[in-house]
Design a protein around this ligand. Structure first.
Ligand code: ADP
Ligand code: ASP
Ligand code: MG
Length: 434
């Protein structure tokens, strides 16, 4: 009988330099001989730099775009040199991927920014996975490289591709299983897919976790493992809070709630496909791989401690009718049509008699586009630079401590959850009048 399949995902931090890649190889050595698909992200910071390449190209500054791409090229060549020496066939493969991007950059700026973005940014994942696959093979762990765009089929909404599940499942079986049957690991990319016309697409920032779930679902994995720079899922982001503790076990439902409210440790779309097939998700540390991590499964947990998530760069839009009339159902219907068309992520909404409040991630130009469309018929006020703070399983002490120094603009209380949209108050210091 065939051994069961595992899907691993390594993010940018775990692939950031040659030492990090060696560490990944040492983790994988413990799984030698297993049927394993490895999903790789771009090396740390590369996706952000590629976004700058896109920005430069679209603003017509071809020289700057080429220069930035070249810096990425040189950094990846340096990593390769340290891991594999001066001469190795992988340089040609890296060059092929990078030249394909140069061709895009030689064209004029394109009217569809999101389309061009998706023809450029996937190269980060393509080259990191190519280096990693070559290094593993050279290190005695034979690894087949698979182009994720041959598997993950999406619609053509660029930068936010939605997966066509049936076709993707069929393609995963057709492309990945024969490689696994040959023996050795399969290395592919997170975050990227393609349309039926073979244009590249991306699944949304931080989407590599989601790709791992797509492969896990399509190939009926026995377990999915994401290797992070934290010991597991914690009660809050350790970069923002002290005294956080690790959760050993989480139910799918709780994990969905946490990530929905913005817990950055797992991409929000990741859990549902796993839950649908009852595939456990192990969140483990690449720094301490023997640690127990967190297991996310269908196990019901009786009691959770308060868990906090913070989302920065939020914009609160307050929309009201120009004639001060009530905001009625047909108005909301119209707003939702725009939200859906722009694939905006709603983090909070609240309806009052005269206005509709909705809070979005303010990361690209979508909020402005939303306002621009609605301003024809409504008054739209945008309040930027805000945060949403969500507390699951809240207690009053946690709530009060989180409100310190903040002005709460909107608050919503549900039985298990409090959600606040807040503005950080300027610190007022009292003079020491001796
Ligand atoms: P990857 O390299 O896989 O993309 P990420 O950086 O996206 O990893 O996710 C790991 C980071 O998530 C951690 O470094 C941590 O700062 C952050 N994080 C946010 N919320 C949590 C949480 N509740 N538990 C653990 N980590 C969290
Ligand atoms: N490289 C992509 C990003 O930085 C996807 C990922 O890392 O998950 O958003
Ligand atoms: Mg991530």
């Amino acid at each position: 009988m065939k051994k069961e399949l595992k899907v691993f995902k390594f993010g940018g931090a775990s692939l950031k330099d040659p030492a990090a890649m060696r560490n990944v190889a040492s983790i994988l050595r413990n799984y030698e001989g297993e049927r394993l698909i490895v999903i790789a992200s771009a090396t740390s910071g590369t996706t952000n730099e590629l976004e700058e390449v896109v920005g430069a190209h679209q603003s017509g500054d071809q020289a700057k775009a080429m220069e930035k791409l070249n810096a990425i090229r040189q950094r990846h060549y340096e990593i390769t040199r340290e891991l594999l020496g001066e001469k190795h066939p992988v340089y040609d493969q890296l060059n092929d991927h990078l030249v394909a991007v140069e061709w895009v950059l030689e064209e004029e700026p394109h009217e569809n920014y999101d389309y061009i973005y998706d023809q450029i940014v996937p190269v980060g994942e393509l080259i990191s996975s190519q280096i990693m696959a070559a290094f593993l093979s050279a290190d005695g762990l034979p690894t087949h490289w698979l182009d994720a765009r041959d598997v993950v089929l999406t619609d053509d909404i660029f930068r936010e591709g939605w997966v066509k599940w049936e076709e993707t499942e069929e393609r995963a079986r057709r492309h990945a299983l024969p490689l696994l049957d040959k023996g050795g690991f399969v290395m592919t990319q997170g975050f990227i897919g393609s349309t039926t016309e073979n244009f590249s697409t991306t699944l949304g920032r931080e989407g590599s976790d989601y790709t791992a779930a797509i492969f896990s679902y399509c190939l009926n994995a026995e377990g999915m493992y994401i290797w992070k720079d934290v010991p597991g899922v914690l009660t809050a982001d350790p970069r923002l809070f002290e005294n956080v503790t690790k959760l050993d076990v989480l139910s799918y439902r709780e994990a969905i709630e946490m990530t929905y409210y913005g817990a950055k440790v797992i991409h929000p779309k990741t859990i549902k496909p796993l839950q649908n097939k009852n595939i456990p998700l192990y969140v483990k540390s690449f720094i301490d791989p023997t640690g127990g991590g967190t297991v996310i499964s269908d196990e019901i947990v009786d009691k959770y401690p308060p868990m906090v998530t913070v989302e920065k760069e939020q914009a609160l839009c307050t929309i009201s009718a120009r004639d001060f009339s009530f905001v009625a159902e047909h108005h909301i219907n119209r707003m939702f049509k725009v939200i859906t068309d722009l694939r905006l992520q709603v983090n909070m909404m609240q309806n009052t008699a005269l206005s509709f409040n909705v809070c979005f991630n303010d990361i690209d130009d979508k909020v402005d586009r939303f306002a621009e469309i609605l301003e024809k018929d409504f008054k739209v006020n945008i309040n930027r630079g805000l945060e949403t703070i969500t507390i699951r399983h809240y207690d009053e002490l946690t709530l009060e401590s989180l409100k310190l120094g903040k002005m709460v603009l909107v608050e919503e209380r549900l039985p298990q959850t409090i959600l606040m949209v807040v503005k950080t108050l300027p610190v007022i210091k009292r003079k020491d009048n001796k």
